[in-house]
Design a protein around this ligand. Structure first.
Ligand code: FES
Ligand SMILES: [Fe+2]
Length: 383
């Protein structure tokens, strides 16, 4: 059998362009998978909260009075108003802005104005906030809108051994980058897990890693993990302790140097190397627009602002150019692999508007993770 017959992309073009697909994904993929909601340190004090949209589901993550983290649907049990926005602190209670129903930090309904005259018969115990599932893993908070979801330990299961040597707790955040790209979220994910493009689109920007030795794994829950070791020359350079980059991460041993690039299904990226560890949130906005939020950590330094921009000097001065390149500039000359990726993603999305658009053949193995990703997406939409 021709390998192309089995090894081909499975999603139709509508998956990247139609509102109907987008809405189904929001409900059937994002409503049933674990999503990153932030770092533990984002909500360190009692009452600290952060709101996240997990597909179609607005969720609150809050630290209750016992100090533990709780997740609830951001929906008042009276007439459904969204209770909180973005992030902040509710020292003792969560109060709905509409008719002042009051919930404790652990989600119980504890106050209904004019209860005696207007709601004499309601049983307060029945009207607590809808719970969502929550888990903490390596300093990261994950939530799942379904409180009966697959336990997080099973979800992360066979992916964990490939996570790499980074210990986020020992590192310190120095930078957040946010930007919007004009492409469907799956195009971004597919680019992220595409091994084939590394030596081509990034022939000059990621050539410090030895792509021929790249190892990749696709796990049972649909996560992908890759490890790309440094080239001999780059390793030698690192051994010379270059001072032009961020400090080397001391708990990443020399034999562990390299690029760890992971994508937890459906779209939470984790990337680490010798200097840096980042989370990459891929947030679908519409069928053709996606927001990206990348938060980066490195070794704690007295002045963390020194780190800003420096982590990326090896490929570019992104921060200084951040999306400010002129239309006449060619992103392919930017020496920034992320700009190269964004350019490729947006060009692919543009072509999808053509009735002539069609996917061609798929490589024997360097695009296998994308085929696996398609299969996982379909598995969520087919039942
Ligand atoms: S909708 Fe929240 S109190 Fe009425
Ligand atoms: Fe790339």
């Amino acid at each position: 059998m021709n390998p192309q017959d089995t090894n081909k992309l499975l999603l139709p073009v509508e998956a990247y362009t139609s509102q109907e697909w987008f809405d189904r994904e929001q409900r059937d993929i994002f409503g049933r998978t674990w999503q990153f909601a932030g770092m533990q340190t984002d909500i360190g004090d009692v009452g600290d909260f952060v709101c996240v949209n997990v597909g179609a589901y607005p969720i609150i993550v809050i630290r209750d009075e016992s100090g533990s983290l709780k997740a609830f649907h951001n929906i008042c049990r009276h007439r459904g108003t969204q209770l909180l926005e973005v992030r902040g602190n509710r020292k003792k209670v969560i109060q709905c802005p509409y008719h002042d129903w009051v919930y404790s930090l652990d989600g119980k309904l504890i106050g209904v104005p004019e209860k005696r005259t207007q709601f004499p018969h309601i049983d307060m115990a029945q009207w607590g906030l809808f719970p969502a599932a929550i888990a903490i893993w390596k300093e990261m908070i994950f939530v799942n809108p379904d409180p009966e979801a697959t336990p997080f330990a099973d979800w992360v299961g066979d992916f964990e051994p490939y996570f790499g040597p980074h210990q986020p707790k020992l590192l310190k955040e120095y930078e957040t980058r946010e930007y919007e790209i004009k492409a469907n979220w799956k195009i971004f994910v597919e680019n992220y897990i595409d091994v084939y493009h590394l030596s081509h689109l990034h022939s000059e920007t990621l050539n410090m890693y030895d792509h021929a030795k790249l190892q990749s794994v696709f796990t049972s829950a649909g996560h992908t993990a890759t490890y790309d070791p440094p080239t001999k020359d780059y390793r030698k350079y690192l051994e010379s302790n270059p001072s032009d980059y961020l400090p080397l991460i001391d708990h990443v041993k020399q034999e562990q140097w390299g690029a760890y690039t992971h994508m937890m299904f459906p779209c939470f990226g984790i990337a680490g190397d010798e200097f840096n560890w980042s989370t990459l949130e891929v947030i679908p906005v519409s069928p053709t627009v996606t927001k990206i939020r990348q938060r980066s950590r490195t070794m704690p330094m007295d002045d963390m602002t020194v780190a800003i921009g420096k982590g990326y000097e090896k490929v570019s001065n992104w921060l200084y150019k951040q999306m400010g390149y002129q239309p006449e500039d060619n992103p392919l000359d930017s020496k920034d692999f992320m700009l190269e990726d964004i350019y490729a993603c947006e060009q692919q999305q543009k072509a999808m508007a053509s009735p002539q658009f069609a996917f061609g053949p798929t490589s024997i193995d360097q695009e296998q993770l994308i085929v696996d990703f398609h299969r996982t997406v379909l598995s969520y939409l087919q039942d």
